[in-house]
Design a protein around this ligand. Structure first.
Ligand code: PLP
Length: 426
């Protein structure tokens, strides 16, 4: 295929005519497609339905304590054991929460803001607080810190994780940098897993702020797409402890995309001292989370092996969807020099980079033709992508026919918008 960049004006104008005709034909179809959010599809939700039969009126819910009643603030022992094994740590590092890890992240930011960590000055009493935001990244992370008026600093993502020279420069010299968002494995949306070197450099930071924390959102730690191509990230707990930064991390994960988003179980792992500090808040905030749901999850999976085997059922459903999108990208866009994209082996997203200044127009053209994508810019702090080029593709939710239709429309819009852009500068 001839690269669009090599085409002369006449060739591009001819191409534009054909593409516009194709687009107008699609407009008549009144499509209603959605590739915006990373939600499990109906088959994936069905995969966990048996879990709902695990706890019945006959189940013994009275263990060391009565799980039907108030109490057990940091989670039931069975759930703490399972998550400690998953996160390769001890139960004294673990707090099992309710249904959402994002909820814990919000709480942790809120606690830093109103009360401060382990005796540090609350951020609300300081003039300017900054958070490092590797981008492209997860819009809801950025939204939490933005909500508290924290200044968001964009850190470019590379194939091995965030640009570490820049991270070190900020964290080690600027006392107002209090934290950093990280999705260390199969990142949202890049699919990148942080290299060992990146993790070691992060763990060995020498923060100017003693209350600096890594917000280590390990949301996709077991969300592999292939049994034989699995990436793993180094254990941040061990690495921080080795580097003498015992309190520098809050690690999060949940079963939202393992069982049921909204009805899963979430967890935070951190040093026992941090745990003690956060429990001071939790004890005022709640008398305890849903222990019956915690037990339901443990009884269903039995152990971490059960959890990992279960994830292969998700992989079997998700893999063909990722492959369908990537095949269309390869067939339709390879060699045209109008976009690049990731080939993730896990997680929920494909990250697409268009020519500069095209992402917003591509997303709009898709929307006008009936396919909703994540807003252009959403993967950057403040929703502003400086190059206007990154688009997050979420292949999980539509069925395969809809996905193929949406991807073909997306590819057409990429071509259309790119040709217009190239013509503008001729
Ligand atoms: N973290 C990341 C990186 C995500 O992509 C998502 C959901 O898309 C979440 C957290 C949400 O997690 P939860 O459902 O546990 O709040």
């Amino acid at each position: 295929m001839k690269s669009y960049k090599e085409m002369n004006k006449e060739e591009l104008e001819l191409l534009l005519n054909t593409l516009e005709k194709e687009y107008n034909d699609i407009l008549k179809l009144n499509l209603d497609l959605n590739m915006a959010r990373g939600k499990p599809d109906l088959d994936q939700l069905d995969v966990s339905m048996d879990m709902l039969d695990v706890i019945t009126s006959k189940t013994d819910l009275v263990k060391k304590m009565d799980y039907r009643n108030y109490g057990i603030l940091d989670g039931i022992d069975e759930a703490k054991d399972m998550f400690a094994e998953l996160l390769e740590t001890d139960t004294d590092h673990i707090v099992v929460y309710g249904n959402s890890s994002l909820n814990i992240m919000f709480d942790q930011i809120s606690r830093g803001y109103t009360h401060g960590y382990m005796g540090s000055t609350p951020w609300c009493k300081l003039d300017n607080i900054k958070f490092l935001c590797p981008a492209p990244g997860y819009d809801r992370h950025f939204a939490i810190t933005e909500r508290f008026g924290i200044e968001l600093i964009t850190i470019p993502m590379t194939n091995t994780g965030p640009d570490m020279d820049l991270v070190e420069q900020y964290v080690n010299n600027d006392e107002s940098v209090k934290g950093m968002w990280c999705v260390p494995q199969y990142g949202n949306p890049t699919g990148v897993t942080y290299s060992d070197e990146t993790v070691k450099r992060l763990a060995a930071l020498k923060p100017a702020a003693k209350d600096f924390r890594l917000f280590w959102d390990n949301a996709y730690m077991i969300h592999h797409l292939y049994s034989d191509k699995q990436e793993h990230v180094l254990n941040i707990i061990d690495e921080c402890e080795k580097a003498g930064n015992n309190h520098m991390y809050f690690e999060f994960t949940s079963t939202s995309k393992v069982t049921f988003p909204g009805s899963g179980v979430s967890v935070i792992a951190t040093s026992p001292e941090n745990k003690k500090d956060l429990l001071k808040h939790m004890t005022v905030q709640t008398i305890g989370h849903d222990k019956i749901n915690q037990l339901r999850h443990v009884e269903y999976f039995k152990d971490v092996n059960g959890l990992k085997q279960h994830m292969m059922k998700h992989a079997d459903i998700l893999r063909p969807k990722f492959e369908a999108v990537l095949k269309i990208f390869d067939e339709e866009l390879n060699g045209l020099e109008i976009g690049t994209w990731t080939n993730p082996v896990g997680g929920y997203f494909i990250s697409f980079d268009s020519l500069e200044g095209c992402a917003k127009d591509i997303v709009k053209a898709c929307k006008d033709a009936g396919a909703i994508l994540t807003d252009a810019g959403a993967t950057y702090p403040y929703g502003k992508d400086p190059k206007d080029s990154n688009i997050r593709i979420a292949p999980s939710y539509p069925n395969i026919d809809e996905l193929v239709q949406a991807t073909k429309l997306f590819v057409l819009c990429v071509k259309l918008v790119s040709v217009k852009k190239l013509l503008k500068y001729m």
